[in-house]
Design a protein around this ligand. Structure first.
Ligand SMILES: NC(=O)c1ccc[n+]([C@@H]2O[C@H](COP(=O)([O-])OP(=O)(O)OC[C@H]3O[C@@H](n4cnc5c(N)ncnc54)[C@H](OP(=O)(O)O)[C@@H]3O)[C@@H](O)[C@H]2O)c1
Length: 277
């Protein structure tokens, strides 16, 4: 089995390294390309056996399953380049949410899926969002599920839920890190606690919080109940948060969705010429 990767930027590299580290895929089973060749070459230097293809067409030609780890605006160029070498016996996986599976299938003869990873997959944790395309066979689904189970907890979602599920699974690590940083900053600003100590405390707290939610038998709700003892300050703090930041999250979801609609429209426009042929 050979896995092809078009694009070894932030997410392409994360996927490649996680799959190698998990032991699920050997470097010798990977062929990669990147617009800036040096980035792909760095991976080949680091993981002996991993091959850098001469171009995207060669990477596709040699793979059974290939991953399109490029940004939405880069799809047209890549699809133009590879469409006539893609075969029916291949599986094409896009890791980008605004590119619709139906559009991919109009461009490529392969069986297509969308799988949205998360930065947490780099430590073999977090979810990956699995959107199977209609051409996938039961065996294809099992194969992809098994592959992503090595680095994440895959979850099947409807394509129409991709944005909101990505917000929660893939984008939230940045949002939550931001909130934690703000909490530490406020502590350092309002008291004499050094900022580094504040940051170290919230970071370790997050580690423990994760374990409480996964291994400790807590839900988000029961955890709040447990810490907010009657008459204590936690309840007051939770009430303040509810009042002040609760509505921000509704705005946040509306904001990501507005941008998503915009991205879908742009991608569809860029892919239309071929689709209308
Ligand atoms: N970052 C995340 O946490 C995350 C999570 C889930 C999904 N995603 C999705 O993953 C996609 C990629 O994101 P990213 O953060 O990895 O972006 P990125 O770091 O910019 O990586 C994209 C890579 O694609 C390469 N590329 C562009 N055009 C190419 C072409 N014609 N042929 C070959 N390679 C080409 C770029 O090469 P150069 O080196 O020349 O720029 C770059 O290395 C995005 O759509 C994003 O939404 C990201």
């Amino acid at each position: 089995m050979t896995y092809g990767f078009i694009g070894t930027g932030s997410m392409g590299r994360t996927l490649i390294e996680a799959l190698i580290r998990s032991g699920k895929v050997k470097p010798s089973e990977m062929i990669v390309t990147n617009r800036t060749k040096a980035k792909a070459q760095q991976l080949a230097d680091r993981y002996p056996g991993l091959r850098v293809a001469a171009d995207n067409r060669q990477a596709i030609h040699e793979s059974s399953v290939f991953f399109l780890c490029i940004k939405p605006g880069e799809f047209r160029t890549v699809l133009d380049e590879i469409c006539d070498v893609v075969r029916e016996d291949q599986i094409a996986v896009s890791i980008t949410s605004p590119v619709m599976i139906a559009d991919l299938e109009k461009w490529l003869r392969a069986r297509a899926a969308k799988i949205i990873p998360s930065i947490a997959n780099s430590v073999c944790d977090g979810n990956s969002l699995f959107v199977p395309g209609p051409r996938l066979t039961e065996e294809d689904r099992k194969q992809l599920w098994d592959l992503f189970s090595a680095i994440s907890q895959p979850i099947t979602i409807a394509e129409s839920d991709t944005r909101v599920a990505s917000d929660l699974a893939s984008v939230s690590p940045a949002f939550i890190a931001f909130l934690m940083e703000k909490l530490a900053d406020a502590a350092a600003e309002e008291t004499n606690l050094p900022r580094e100590t504040a940051l170290a405390l919230v970071t370790r707290m997050a580690h423990g919080l994760g374990r409480l939610l996964t291994d400790g038998g807590f839900t988000l709700e029961s955890l709040q109940e447990r810490v907010a003892v009657p008459g204590g300050i936690t309840r007051e703090g939770l009430n303040l948060l509810q009042e002040d930041i609760g509505p921000v999250f509704n705005k946040l979801i509306r904001l990501t969705h507005a941008k998503y609609e915009d991205d879908i429209e742009k991608v569809q426009q860029s892919l239309r010429a071929k689709i209308e042929k």
